[in-house]
Design a protein around this ligand. Structure first.
Ligand code: KMH
Ligand code: ZN
Length: 276
């Protein structure tokens, strides 16, 4: 098996300090959380940013300031801005951070009920619009899938030339409205992607570490972080993203899976190769 790539989704758009006071909002807090995850073994930072009061934003300047601050503290870490942003944002607002030419960015491949009464809208036109922009800028999309049909959409747009293999998937499992976080569904998702693809598993909420265990033992990669879960164990709030990454590193050590450095992750994911 390849070395394990750990992504830290350090902030997200939805979770707030009243749920866990350690959720980062300011540039300093975001950079500090990225550093804690990087020092613990994360090679990718999946990045959302906030206004000072915690409101999610896709403002270009806020992204730039945060990315600069993270680079200063974390040197070679891979920064993967979100183009999902928050529910209700316009397509062009969501796309803002790709103007900073990151190596990767998220590409959400379908619409779903999102955690209750919200709808996270990604029409096929939106997906193709985002994919074409990323292709022009040679940014590798991480294909965010919340259900199996989104894998099929990714195939279709790949066949049509909007994204290029090898594809990198992130299976987000356990969100209300999306696929459940079970071994059966992970096997289904994993068996549904092309053999030359790579995949990461994001278990939402209480599923975070059980899905991490399944992902790392089946050859997949792992995402953890405050975006997806605020607890380090049942009833105990996590102190930092670093604490969650450390737990994944301990689990990987126990089963003999080495951790990828950022440069090793670049090799495995084939970042920086032509997207055309
Ligand atoms: N905040 C969600 C609505 C992504 O980063 O691409 C979308 C999201 C996915 O978090
Ligand atoms: Zn996200």
């Amino acid at each position: 098996m390849d070395k394990l790539i750990i992504t830290a989704a350090i902030c997200g758009a939805e979770v707030k300090k009243n749920q866990n006071e350690n959720i980062p909002y300011s540039v300093e807090e975001i950079a500090h959380e990225a550093e804690s995850a990087y020092n613990a073994g994360a090679s990718i930072i999946h990045l959302h940013v906030r206004k000072e009061d915690g409101t999610p934003t896709q403002d270009l300047n806020v992204f730039k300031t945060c990315i600069d601050a993270i680079k200063e503290k974390c040197g070679d870490v891979i920064i993967q801005p979100s183009t999902g942003g928050a529910v209700g944002m316009s397509d062009d607002e969501r796309l803002n951070p790709i103007k900073l030419l990151p190596e990767m960015a998220s590409l959400d491949c379908g619409t779903l009920n999102f955690g209750g009464s919200d709808i996270f809208v990604n029409t096929e036109d939106t997906i193709i619009y985002f994919a074409d922009k990323m292709k022009q800028l040679n940014i590798k999309p991480e294909i965010e899938v919340f259900d199996k049909g989104m894998i099929d959409t990714a195939f279709r747009i790949c066949r049509e030339g909007h994204i290029k293999a090898p594809l990198q998937f992130n299976f987000v499992m356990g969100i209300r409205g999306g696929i459940s976080a079970t071994l059966r569904d992970l096997a289904f998702m994993k068996d549904s992607i092309p053999h030359d693809s790579t995949y990461t598993v994001t278990g939402v909420g209480r599923h975070q570490f059980t899905m991490a265990a399944m992902a790392m033992s089946s050859g997949g990669n792992v995402r953890v972080g405050f975006e997806d879960n605020i607890y380090i164990e049942k009833g105990v709030l996590a102190k930092s993203n670093g604490e969650m990454v450390e737990k994944v590193v301990r689990m990987a050590k126990e089963i003999g899976r080495d951790i990828a450095s950022p440069n090793e992750a670049r090799e495995i994911l084939q970042l920086g190769r032509s997207n055309k």
